[in-house]
Design a protein around this ligand. Structure first.
Ligand SMILES: [Zn+2]
Length: 248
């Protein structure tokens, strides 16, 4: 049994027995893992507070290969994301992102790009001022790209021409857009309205720091969620629309 150290986001926590907790982490060095924190609910509130969802922590644990749940040795806080936790909308977005990580990644599959995407999105969401759903969509599009389901919003899948915003149709199976002419020759699933198309293409291009300045209409927000959630339902096994988004 080896002693390992890594940085990690607390994805979810679950009470176990009278005094313990099982913690699911998304770690930098091991991907998604579960740890048991024995007797944690008996100990001082400080340690308990470190192992709360959303927190970025450093963790030391006993690692044994082939075991489903590893054993926590000690942990320390790196970031509580205080601003984020004082804002209902930010918390909802953060939980939605963590739920995607929980359902969309396999145990112990290391992915440093995904860990760094998660870190950057959480940090900027914590600092964000408005249009916070943009952070969720930004995360989803990059996450899909990292796990191998890139969505193309630029070029028609049929003829290879640049797509015009007023004639876009989306095909879920393909993860791509079709111009009006090519749409007639293939089974498209969703018509994307010009504003929605504009927002989605921009989110793929702009930096995290600029996301707050992009203001989609209510109608586009609903459409973007429909497109992305239908796409993920089709391609990601076990996907569910994040519960926290239903409250927004
Ligand atoms: Zn075309």
């Amino acid at each position: 049994m080896a002693i390992e150290t890594t940085e990690a986001f607390v994805v979810r926590t679950q009470k176990y027995g009278e005094t313990s907790k099982i913690i699911t982490l998304y770690t930098e060095k091991f991907g998604k893992i579960a740890l048991i924190a024995k007797g944690i609910r008996k100990k001082d509130a400080k340690t308990g507070g470190i192992l709360e969802a959303i927190n970025l922590i450093s963790v030391v644990f006993y690692y044994k290969s082939g075991r489903n749940i590893q054993l926590l040795k000690e942990c320390d806080i790196i970031d509580f994301f205080i601003n984020l936790k004082n804002d209902f909308e930010k918390i909802s977005v953060a939980y939605a992102i963590l739920e995607l990580i929980y359902r969309g990644t396999a145990e112990e599959e290391i992915n440093e790009r995904l860990f760094s995407l998660l870190s950057e999105v959480m940090k900027n969401l914590d600092d964000g001022s408005k249009n916070l759903m943009n952070f969720y969509w930004y995360f989803v599009l990059k996450f899909l790209n990292i796990i191998g389901f890139d969505i193309n919003f630029k070029i028609c899948e049929g003829c290879g021409e640049n797509i015009l915003p007023n004639e876009v149709n989306f095909r879920i199976e393909k993860g791509g857009v079709y111009c009006r002419a090519c749409s007639k020759r293939t089974n498209v699933d969703i018509e994307i309205f010009p504003e929605t198309f504009g927002v989605l293409s921009k989110i793929q291009e702009i930096s995290l720091q600029s996301l707050c300045n992009l203001t989609p209409s209510k109608k586009s927000s609903i459409e973007i969620n429909q497109i992305l959630h239908r796409f993920m339902s089709y391609h990601i096994e076990g996907f569910k629309i994040p519960a926290s988004l239903k409250m927004l």
